[in-house]
Design a protein around this ligand. Sequence first.
Ligand code: GLN
Length: 246
Amino acid sequence: MCRHLAYLGPPIPLSRLLFDAPHGLSHQSWAPRDMRGGGTINADGFGLGWFPGPVVYRSARPLWTDPSLPALASATSSGAVLAAVRSATVGMPVTESAAAPFTSGSWLFSHNGRVAGWPDSVAALASELPVRDLITLDAPTDSALLWALVRARLRAGSSLSDAVSSVVTSVAAAAPGSRLNLLLTDGRSIAASVYGHALSVRAAPDGGVLVASEPLDDDPGWRAVPDFSLLVADLSAVHITEGAFS
Ligand code: GLN
């Protein structure tokens, strides 16, 4: 499963997203509500990325067992955050480097789901990448390869939303049955795909926007984003393209 979120808005302490919200990322790591796709808890690592930077803090341990995290998260405020908790797909290693966010330059990326038929189903797509990208993958996982594919498109000049939608479209064609909820930010805007897993969005009255696998609280402003949609958000607007991948 995995759960992820991205926030843009007025700077807030990271603890607001992780610990203070009633169903914040810490709660979602041991008591997620939407278990489609298998798994029961998200205990195979976690990661936080925030701007300016981006600065990334990742770990292979369950989020709630990191004794340094509550103080770090209270003391660190940011107006642009991407965070994730991981439930490793069977057969994939549990290492810090396999936990999102994956980062390069000013980008932060996360994947919730799995590539069906991994790795053979996406061999042809992988072979489009420079060999250097393949031998320097963060980890031997589907998510790390998806990140390399997204990053290659970004480096070639694609917008965030084009990079996400082109990778979802090509991987879905090569590996039918995959679950491909991708989440990408550059600190100014967010692009996310909904493809087989849940995603919700809330535009906060203070001008912030929060995109998360599961709503963090009971605020009536949360909206579930339909499956097969592409979401693009920044501080001025949230656009949802329904049916982008159907
Ligand atoms: N397949 C990815 C991994 O193992 C993501 C897992 C997930 O979404 N549960 O890292």
